[in-house]
Design a protein around this ligand. Sequence first.
Ligand SMILES: *Cc1c(COP(=O)(O)O)cnc(C)c1O
Length: 367
Amino acid sequence: MKVPFADLHLQYLSLKEEIDAAIASVIRSSAFIRGPFVQTFEDEFSAAVGAPYCISCANGTDSLFIAMRALGVRPGDEVITTAHSWISTTETISQAGGNVVFCDTDALTHTIDPVQIEAKITARTVGIIPVHLYGQPADMTAIMAIARKHGLWVIEDCAQSHLAEIDGQIVGSFGDVASYSFYPGKNLGAMGDAGAITCKDKSLADRMAMFARHGGLSKGDHQIEGINSRLDGLQAAILSVKLPRLREWTAKRQALARRYMSALKDIDWVELPETAAGRSHVYHLFVIKHERRDALAAHLKHAGIQTVVNYPISLPFLPAYERLGHRPEDFPNAFGNQSKILSIPIFPEMTDAQLLYVADTIRGFAE
Ligand SMILES: *Cc1c(COP(=O)(O)O)cnc(C)c1O
């Protein structure tokens, strides 16, 4: 049996008629840039996540950058974020002119440890970017309390956490801005690059839209110098077909995760993902931990099972951040986990037989 890490083609086949029709209607109306398909998706996504404003843009990395430029990050400003994420979270801080300040993850959830945030706050700190990594929300209650106490803005990086919740409240609704990616492999994925920013504040929404659209809200209007970051009509129409399925796909991911948990629970030499109380995990990734991770990955690969490491080197230890001079003991959790984490297949179209095969193959690693 072969188990891919994800199967985007199967997802397309399940919606083929609708997606093909949506693409054809964009082509028929030549609504390639902005226009009705983009507007419709922005409205639908706003409604789906319960956010008053949604600004679509070219990708999830741009959404972080646009948010920081609109929030007014200035040279020398410090932004605190997690040591364990995809580099978009931090390269955009630098691109916006700020300085990246890393904080370790907690011992269980791979998300930023709020207990360690306050010690990192200085007179130059302007904001915090928690990442709901792998699909599990960060501890937003604690993070928002710190942000309010110190007058800091918060951008939630929701690229991996569409529809995740904390005590029934959806992620992205806690902070000032939520940033989304619709990269094809994300829980809601386009057929190319796509992203969006949501927020509650009209003037912030206008500043973000203005910056993303050459510094103006209408053609010919340029209040400031901006960038060109647009969702195109084809991607918007495809996302509008997929969005109504997101809830069902999320439930499927959660059911698969429960199935993995019960199939693997008696294997005491594999650490299973942990979810903190009150948080709903949407399992963008199902990440296990093992001391001999590379050998386990090779064993699975040999059996036809694809795995990925998200991410093999924590951000502070990448060559890109060598200038900060960090050592492993600065971020013991992120550093300790980077050699153990292994993402095993989880995707809505995954069959029970595939899941049991993965679980059995993991079990066979000990023998
Ligand atoms: C995917 C991702 C992004 C960026 O998204 P792109 O659309 O690929 O630019 C940002 N942050 C995190 C945590 C991500 O996983």
